[in-house]
Ligand binder design. Structure first.
Ligand code: DOR
Ligand code: ZN
Length: 443
């Protein structure tokens, strides 16, 4: 059945421009864009079309942790947030660290994902020999925990670490926190504050030194091996200069920033407590402001969420006991649009960080841009000031660290492969529209 949608006189953001145009989508593809007028900014604009957001850092929790969320629930949350593609993390049960587990997850994606999907492969101390066997057209990256977090996937043997860098045919996406430094800090905090120190101590335990030591080592390994390095969730101002450290070597390094570290500061632990406990920790206002500056000046290449849902009951306790991570995929686009309104980034830059650059980095085929011939993954947002409450949360966990915040924009409609999959609170009845992401040759 032929399927077509027309956006008449729509303002859209793409490739550095804000333009008014007529756009036609036919059978899942953007077939015609008739530009009419170039705009300097979106001031006074009520309705805006963006490429669907591509989130390279999502934990859907399926299989094995589905009381927190599953592929269906968390990708519906993504759709409600204008996110049309997610890359899912391997710290599930069983971990995505064998070819068999990867194949099983890809089958689960085909059965249950409500937006386009791909699964990162997880590195371990003993699976580097599998990396050359990965299907690089289906897997976006190798996820490497150089620091333990939820799921215990730490790679901490020097030889194993080097082997991952040497053998990966794919970008290596690294969680950088030095476990020895964290263990020492935790021991000291426990001596001073008891077995489960209050969450205000989280950034002292998961300290900036732990981040910097680990990410510096990752860059060094990338330089030595020529691996393609993507450092996940940068949290300190010092790490923003890592790319210049990499220059002159053979390393290509990109930095990801995640919403928790762009929205919160250590001052927020007092009011939000463990809701904003995540790894790496939310750090100082100075760090957050430096991260925001780096969004604008290009040192940050990708903005993602590290969407990591846990039940509120699992968020009880302090640094030792409370689970780390927070849900975010549903609200990343509107939170970034808020930063546009606050003058932190421009609208075209937002599209670079959340849509174009993830597509470029992973060489995603046919997505990430509003161009003729591209797949029609689109987010339509409207300027409709509103206050977020727990009732708005689609994620299974049912809460958000953003409850009570006011936002200027609302996601009104989301299109995935040309299909209207989210329309003012209503979801498409099936997930037939969702596709596995495919990637062209890269490293
Ligand atoms: O805060 C975090 N939560 N950091 C991680 O690295 C893992 C994630 C999770 O899976 O809960
Ligand atoms: Zn993560």
């Amino acid at each position: 059945m032929a399927d077509s949608t027309r956006f008449h006189d729509i303002t859209y953001v793409n490739d550095g421009h804000i333009r008014r145009a007529d756009i036609i989508v036919e059978d899942g593809i953007i077939t015609s864009i008739t530009d009419k007028e170039e705009l300097a900014n979106a001031e006074g604009i009520d309705r805006l079309l963006l490429p669907g957001v591509i989130d390279d850092h999502v934990h859907t929790r399926e299989p094995g942790l589905t009381h927190k969320g599953d592929l269906c629930s968390e990708t519906r949350a993504a759709a409600a947030g204008g996110v049309t593609s997610v890359m899912d993390m391997p710290n599930v049960v069983p971990q995505t660290t064998s070819l068999e587990a990867l194949r099983e997850r890809q089958a689960m994606g085909a059965a249950h994902a409500f937006v386009n999907y791909a699964f990162h492969f997880g590195a371990t101390n003993s699976n580097a020999h599998l990396l050359p066997q990965l299907d690089t057209t289906r897997v976006p990256a190798v996820k490497l925990f150089m620091g333990s977090s939820t799921g215990g996937m730490l790679v901490d043997h020097g030889d194993a670490l080097r082997a991952v860098f040497e053998r990966s045919p794919l970008p290596i996406m690294v969680h950088c926190e030095d476990s020895a430094i964290i263990a020492q800090n935790m021991q000291r905090a426990k001596q001073l504050s008891g077995d489960d120190p209050d969450v205000v101590h989280h950034p002292e335990i998961r300290s900036r030194e732990a981040c910097i030591a680990s990410s510096t080592l990752a860059v060094q390994l990338a330089r030595e091996t020529g691996a393609r390095l993507h450092i996940a969730h940068i949290t300190t101002k010092e790490e923003l200069n890592l790319q210049s450290v990499a220059e002159g070597g053979t390393a290509a390094v990109t930095l990801e920033a995640c919403l928790p570290h762009l929205l919160f500061t250590s001052d927020d632990y007092a009011s939000l407590g463990t809701r904003i406990k995540c790894n790496p920790a939310v750090k100082t206002a100075e760090d957050r402001n430096a991260l925001r500056q780096a969004l604008a000046d290009g040192r940050i290449f990708v903005v993602a969420t590290d969407h990591a849902p846990h039940l509120l009951s699992e968020k009880q306790g302090g640094c030792a006991r409370a689970a780390s991570g927070m849900p975010m995929v549903q609200f990343s686009l509107i939170a970034m649009l808020q930063l546009v309104d606050e003058g932190v980034v421009t609208l075209p830059r937002l599209a670079e960080l959340m849509c174009h650059n993830p597509a470029r980095l992973f060489a995603i085929e046919g997505r990430g841009f509003i161009r003729e011939g591209m797949k029609a993954d689109l987010a339509l947002v409207r300027r409709r000031p509103w206050t977020l409450t727990a009732d708005d949360v689609v994620s299974r966990c049912g809460w958000s660290p953003l409850e009570g915040r006011r936002f200027n924009w609302r996601v009104e409609q989301t299109y995935c492969n040309g299909r209207l999959i989210y329309d003012k609170g209503a979801f498409a009845e099936t997930n037939e529209h969702a596709c596995a992401l495919t990637f062209s040759a890269r490293r």
